[in-house]
Design a protein around this ligand. Structure first.
Ligand SMILES: Cc1cc2nc3c(=O)[nH]c(=O)nc-3n(C[C@H](O)[C@H](O)[C@H](O)COP(=O)(O)OP(=O)(O)OC[C@H]3O[C@@H](n4cnc5c(N)ncnc54)[C@H](O)[C@@H]3O)c2cc1C
Length: 347
C-alpha cells in the first residue's frame, strides 16, 4: 500500500519537506491555511507593483545558492545594492558587515516564487484555505481535523510547520496516547516570537540612494528596516519608489491595533526624518501587514521536538532551526523530509 505524508503549512519549511520527498514512494499532501503558498516569504501585487512584504530575500551561499539556482535562472534576482545601517539618532553608515558578502535572492515574480518553484518540482497535492485545528493519532495513522470539521488522513507521517505558538495551539487539540505529549506541548509553547508590522509606502517619483536597504543596528529606533523594493528587478515600474518599512518589534507590539492609515503616517514621518526628505511624508498609496509571529527569539529544545518521530510526528520551521531565516526554515523542512524517508517510509 502507498504510504502517505501530511504537511501542515506551505511556508519554506513545509515546501522544503515536500521537496525532500519528491522522489519518495509516498503520497504527499500539503495543507495550507491561506490562499497562497510561501508563508512569511510572501509577495503581494498592487497597482502595477510587486513587493515582498514579509521576508525581503533568501540569504545564503553554499547549498542554499545551489538549490536556488537549480530552480531556474529565469526571473531569479540577486539584489546587488548593499544594506547600510542606521542608529537611534538616525545616523546612516555605510555597510553592514554581517551582510556584505551574502547573496540576497528573490525573483521578478517575488519571493513567494521560492515555494511555487519548489512545489512545482514535486507531485505533492497542495490544498489551500484549509486551516487545521486538531490532530488525532488513530490506529491507522495521523488524522487532521480542519476548521470546517473535515478530516484528512490517515498519514504515516505528519509534519507541523506553522510558527511555534500556532503549533502549540494544535498540540493542545491533539488526541495521542503518548508519554511525550506533555513535554512537547511545553517545549513548543515556550518558544518566544517577536511581532513586526510591515508598512508599505509608495511614491510616484524615484528615490536615488546608494543602498538597497537600511537596518537599525542598535535596535533602539522605532523603525527596524527600510528597503527600496525598486532595487528588485520587475517589482516597481520605472520612475516610482516603493519602500518596505518594518517597524521595530516593541513598536509593533504596542501598535498592533492602530488603523493602517495611522501606522502608515507614523512610518512615513519616521522614514522622511531618517532619509532627510520631506516629500516622503506623503505616499500616494500604502499597504500594511501585521506579522504577529514574525521572528522566533529562540529555538525549541531539539531533543524534545524529535521525541514524536517514532510515532510519525515531525516538526520543522524557523523555530526548530533556531533562527528566523527563510533558508533555515527551508533546510529544517528538507531535513525533516529526509528523516521521514529514512525512519517511516523505508521501515
Ligand atoms: C517582516 C519579516 C521580515 C523577514 N525578513 C527576512 C529576510 O529578509 N530574510 C530571511 O531569511 N528571513 C526573513 N524573515 C523570516 C522568514 O520569513 C521566516 O523565518 C521563514 O519564512 C519561516 O518559514 P516557516 O516555513 O518556518 O514558517 P511560515 O513561513 O510562517 O510558514 C508556515 C505556514 O503555515 C501556515 N499555517 C499556519 N497555521 C496553519 C494551520 N493551522 N493549518 C494550515 N496551515 C497553517 C501559514 O499560513 C504559513 O503558510 C522575515 C520575517 C518577517 C515576518
Amino acid at each position: 500500500m502507498t504510504r502517505s505524508v501530511g504537511i501542515v503549512g506551505a511556508g519554506a519549511a513545509g515546501v522544503g519537506a515536500a521537496y525532500a520527498l519528491r522522489d519518495a514512494d509516498a503520497d504527499v499532501a500539503v495543507l495550507e491555511a491561506s490562499r497562497g503558498v510561501g508563508g512569511r516569504a510572501a509577495t503581494r501585487r498592487k497597482r502595477g507593483c510587486r513587493y515582498d512584504h514579509g521576508a525581503n530575500y533568501v540569504k545564503g551561499g553554499g547549498r542554499t545558492a545551489e538549490l536556488v539556482r537549480s530552480l531556474g535562472a529565469d526571473g531569479l534576482v540577486d539584489v546587488e545594492e548593499p544594506v547600510w545601517t542606521f542608529d537611534v539618532d538616525g545616523t546612516i553608515s555605510e555597510g553592514d558587515p554581517d551582510r556584505r558578502d551574502d547573496h540576497k535572492w528573490t525573483w521578478t515574480g517575488g519571493i513567494a516564487q521560492l515555494a511555487e518553484r519548489l512545489l512545482d518540482r514535486t507531485d505533492a497535492t497542495v490544498e489551500r484555505e484549509v486551516r487545521i485545528e486538531a490532530l488525532e493519532r488513530a490506529a491507522d495513522g495521523w488524522w487532521t481535523i480542519a476548521a470546517d470539521g473535515s478530516e484528512r488522513g490517515p498519514f504515516d507521517a505528519l509534519v507541523l510547520t506553522p510558527p511555534a505558538p500556532q503549533v502549540a495551539g494544535l498540540l493542545a487539540e491533539t488526541k495521542w496516547q503518548s508519554p511525550h505529549l506533555p513535554a512537547l506541548r511545553e517545549a513548543v509553547g515556550a518558544v518566544p516570537y517577536r511581532p513586526i508590522r510591515t508598512v508599505v509606502l509608495h511614491y510616484p517619483f524615484e528615490l536615488d540612494r546608494p543602498y538597497y536597504a537600511l537596518v537599525n543596528a542598535d535596535r533602539e529606533h522605532e523603525v527596524g528596516w527600510v528597503a527600496r523594493e525598486e532595487c528588485k528587478e520587475g517589482h516597481v515600474p520605472a520612475g516610482e519608489c516603493l519602500l518596505v518599512v518594518q517597524m521595530a518589534p516593541e513598536w509593533s507590539a504596542a501598535h498592533d491595533d492602530d488603523p493602517p492609515d495611522e501606522a502608515a503616517a507614523t512610518a512615513a514621518d519616521a522614514v522622511a526624518e531618517l532619509l532627510g526628505e520631506n516629500r516622503l511624508r506623503d505616499p500616494d498609496w500604502v499597504d500594511d501587514r501585521a506579522w504577529r509571529y514574525a521572528l522566533p527569539d529562540d529555538g525549541a529544545d531539539r531533543e524534545v521536538v524529535r521525541r514524536g518521530e517514532e510515532d510519525g510526528l515531525f516538526f520543522a520551521g524557523d523555530w526548530v532551526a533556531g533562527e528566523g531565516r527563510v533558508h533555515e526554515a527551508l533546510w529544517s523542512g528538507v531535513e525533516a523530509g529526509e528523516r521521514i524517508e529514512r525512519r517511516v517510509l523505508r521501515r
